[in-house]
Design a protein around this ligand. Structure first.
Ligand code: TRP
Ligand code: SF4
Length: 400
């Protein structure tokens, strides 16, 4: 019904690191060739947890946009924009808040988790509770059917799906839909009507997908049904009248296996990162001071790559012959650790070279970034306005 569309957002957290590149950005770069893509800076989301310190958000947003562009996100292919510059997200958030059960929000697993994790912060705010709803608005306003997210965000996409269903159920119907649908059920005749009702109940109460399929097959079989009644019964079955908001699906981004400087997963909170645009000197210095196999005290002690975080980086950056050289040389004490680290340094620098070059172009001329974002926002707003027209009309606020 709608064109396939990918949408994803990222909070502005400051300089992105190689873990973001290998996890998320490489995937975005690939997707931009396959689908129309919208990628946005979720700056309002940053405020849900950092409402007390908003000062850095603007700078972080610009830095992050440059990182995306540096990584190869192509503004001629993907639409890049900033959430707060598309205020329609807020309008949809508000309108949906009218029909969002409080319990649904309280049950989202990240609600309690994050409150516990960020215990030093008062997150008993309206905005924080509404965070998944804001994310739903981000997705639904573009009628995006594909949302690339990490595993931790899946419950939010599920929440969005349920909300879209509820919305369509509540507002996506002609006047008197329920009565007309019930009339149509009667027309099925006693036995088939009972079967339809039973299957519908099984789906609506237990989410039984098998039941939906059976009911659909039943409707297809029945000859004497008018096209209008058939449509009504399909809509009544799944609780969708007219589809105003599209239930999104997610594209699970495989968890980044990118190891950090200490062998744990690369993450800002572990202080073990290399940023996308880290200077060459700093990359070399960080790799040179990486810990190695603790059994290799002296140069003459043989080591075991399996016990060494440097080896994990070789698995990302080195080809097979270099990896053989490491295995052999380490186990026989044929090479020293400093020597072993050189190809890793070279590999990272090589990966970063085009990124650094692209970033420099934008740093030299910040107007380029501003223009990309202005264009992206304009395009995003066009989609968003279209959806909002339908949403307002469905909620009785058309006024024209
Ligand atoms: N909540 C996401 C995160 O913290 C960011 C985000 C906001 C998002 N809105 C979105 C992701 C919409 C995908 C789609 O990572
Ligand atoms: Fe690690 Fe390489 Fe040193 Fe072996 S030689 S301990 S793999 S850095």
């Amino acid at each position: 019904m709608y064109a396939e569309r990918v949408l994803s957002g990222m909070r502005p957290t400051g300089a992105l690191h190689l873990g973001h590149y290998h996890g998320v950005l490489k995937n975005w770069v690939k997707l931009q060739h396959e689908y129309p893509c919208l990628f946005f800076v979720a700056d309002w989301h940053a405020l849900t947890t950092h409402y007390d310190s908003p000062q850095g958000i603007e700078q972080s947003s610009m830095d992050m946009l440059i990182d995306w562009l540096a990584a190869g996100v192509d503004p001629n292919k993907a639409t890049l924009f900033i959430q707060s510059k598309v205020p329609e997200h807020a309008e949809l958030h508000l309108l949906m808040s009218m029909m969002t059960p409080l319990g649904w929000l309280e049950r989202v697993p990240t609600y309690k988790d994050q409150q516990e994790k960020l215990a030093g912060k008062d997150l008993t705010t309206y905005g924080f509770l509404g965070y998944p709803l804001l994310m739903s608005a981000d997705i639904l306003i573009y009628r995006a059917d594909k949302v690339p997210v990490g595993e931790d965000q899946i419950p939010h996409v599920e929440f969005t799906r349920e909300l879209a269903r509820r919305f369509n159920h509540m507002y996506g119907r002609e006047p008197g839909f329920e009565d007309k649908a019930k009339e149509a059920v009667k027309k099925l005749g006693g036995k088939k009507a009972r079967l339809y009702e039973e299957l519908r109940t099984r789906f609506q109460q237990d989410g039984d997908k098998e039941a939906v399929e059976q009911a659909k097959a039943l409707l297809h079989e029945i000859q004497h049904l008018s096209a209008v009644d058939r449509e009504r019964l399909f809509g009544y079955l799944e609780g969708t009248g007219k589809m105003i908001l599209v239930e999104p699906g997610y594209l699970l981004t495989p968890e980044s296996k990118m190891p950090g400087l200490d062998g744990q997963k690369m993450s800002k909170s572990y202080h073990n990162t290399i940023t996308l645009r880290e200077s060459e000197e700093s990359v070399a210095k960080k790799i040179k001071s990486m810990p190695t196999d603790t059994n290799r005290v002296r140069r003459t002690d043989p080591g075991d790559p399996a016990r060494c975080p440097v080896w994990q980086l070789h698995q990302v950056y080195s080809d097979e012959s270099t990896r053989d050289w490491v295995q052999q040389g380490c186990k026989s004490a044929g090479i020293g650790c400093i020597e072993c680290k050189q190809p890793v340094i070279a590999g990272i620098l090589k990966e970063q070279a085009p990124m650094r070059e692209r970033a420099q172009m934008y740093l030299d001329d910040p107007a380029l970034v501003r223009n990309i974002v202005a264009d992206g926002c304009e395009k995003a707003r066009e989609y968003a306005r279209e959806t909002m027209r339908d949403v307002r009309e469905a909620m009785g606020l058309a006024y024209d």
